[in-house]
Write a protein that binds this ligand. Structure first.
Ligand SMILES: Cc1ncc(COP(=O)(O)O)c(C=O)c1O
Length: 419
């Protein structure tokens, strides 16, 4: 099927992270047929417990009955109309109710729509062109130009985006000093792999304020996952604007720019407008997902189940003496296995071996645990049993220097490194 796809679809996928650049050829599933709860089935009928979960967009579980029912009910009335629909107001009101910084809301389809819209808004509001970034913020020119995957982005655009280092306030301060009164926005993932040092997020907020820049928290992943009100609620630091995406609607395509009304009102003048903005099926899914978050212990469950994984992985690392090869980081609801260069084998060689070995044992992960409400104790036990075996393989390969014999595919090459 991959061969067939490659004839008509460049890369055979719409998304780098779902493509053969992330799933090593010959040892990975490449196409999925269906999902239910925490499990998915590939086109060959193999079943996996899924810890990727639609790139962290599935927070309740695949085909959640409440979400599916809400979408079906909306489908009977129509998906998109010639004028706005009341569901847009209901979801905007729900976000304002749940998210600390939210006073007004506009919707996009992907996280990238929302980050790009927010950046244009801050440029309009401050009348400044430059942007300071920390994390991953989507595929569009304004951001991707600042990474090594900047093919096709004009240099005049690339010159406007500047990266600073997480937990290094001085690196942000230096940007402000180098570009006085020119930086419109500081956009940051409040956290991904590394814990913020005490006072770091507060310091970013203080520096942005002092220099007249707008602070944007990119909560595309942390939103509706760290807490019902996102990482801003969890860490108690409220930005001027925030972005939500993936976790909003249990896998339906909708994202949001939200924040202080005084800034958001300028969205009336800024061009942030597209045909499928306000598409009702995704908004029905969003309303049901967020309501379920309020009514049930969804976030608490993501943390509890993810916590069992972190604890289990740490003891397996100890058991197999893999401290120099592996670690686990991130918060319980979104944790990361970090592979280290061992001197003999690179991080990417070991990661590829890991993927080969977990896939064949019925676990789908790219090294992250994007927890969903559907992950059961049985899923966690199975994952840890698989890790026990796979960590044993890794240990053996490192000790015997036998990767060439064991690895049945070419090692992956990093796309670019952000996290
Ligand atoms: C923090 C963050 N911001 C923005 C994006 C872009 O979202 P999308 O891929 O939906 O455009 C992502 C996607 O991975 C993300 O993780």
């Amino acid at each position: 099927m991959l061969e067939r796809a490659l004839k008509t679809i460049p890369l055979g996928s719409q998304t780098f992270s779902k493509s053969k650049t992330a799933y090593p050829e010959g040892v990975s599933p490449h196409f999925i047929k269906k999902g239910e709860g925490s499990h998915i089935w590939d086109v060959d009928g193999n079943e996996y417990i899924d810890f990727v979960n639609g790139l962290a967009s599935i927070t309740l579980g695949y085909n959640d009955p409440d979400v599916t029912e809400a979408v079906k009910a909306q489908l009977d009335e129509g998906t998109i109309f010639s004028l706005p629909h009341e569901i847009e107001i209901k979801v905007a009101e729900k976000i304002v109710e749940m998210v600390p910084c939210a006073e007004m809301v506009r919707f996009g389809k992907n996280g990238s729509d929302a980050t790009a819209g927010a950046i244009r808004l801050t440029r309009a509001y401050t009348k400044r062109d430059h942007v300071a970034v920390c994390g991953y913020h989507g595929w569009q020119d304004w951001y991707i130009g600042s990474t090594s995957r900047n093919l096709g982005v004009p240099s005049s655009v690339r010159d406007l985006t500047h990266s600073f280092t997480y937990n290094d306030l001085d690196s942000l301060d230096q940007l402000f000093k180098g570009l006085p009164d020119q930086i419109s926005a500081v956009i940051i993932e409040p956290m991904n792999t590394i814990e913020p040092n005490t006072g770091f997020l507060e310091g970013v907020k203080r520096l942005a304020l002092k220099n007249g820049a707008i602070l944007i928290f990119d909560e595309t992943i942390t939103g509706f996952r760290y807490a019902n009100g996102g990482a801003q609620e969890y860490f108690g630091v409220s930005p001027d604007l925030a972005i939500f995406g993936k976790g909003m609607a249990n896998g339906y395509p909708v994202s949001a720019v939200t924040g202080r009304a005084e800034i958001m009102k300028l969205m009336e003048e800024v061009f942030f407008s597209f045909t499928f903005g306000g598409e009702t099926l995704s908004l029905a899914a969003a309303l049901t997902t967020m309501t379920k978050l309020q009514q049930e212990q969804v976030v608490k469950t993501l943390w509890e189940q993810g916590g069992k994984i972190k604890k289990g992985v740490n003891s397996l690392i100890k058991k197999h003496n893999l401290e120099n090869v592996l670690s686990i980081t991130g918060k319980d609801c979104w944790s990361f296995l970090i592979f280290k260069d061992t001197g003999i084998y690179s991080e990417w060689e070991l990661r590829t071996l890991f993927l080969q070995e977990v896939f064949v044992r019925g676990v789908l992960t790219l090294g992250t645990h994007n927890m969903s409400y559907a992950h059961s104790d049985e899923d966690i036990s199975k994952l840890l049993k698989v890790y026990d075996e796979v960590f044993g393989v890794i240990k053996d390969v490192v000790e015997k220097k036998s990767l060439d014999i064991r690895l049945q595919t070419k090692p992956l090459v990093p796309l670019f490194k952000i996290r």
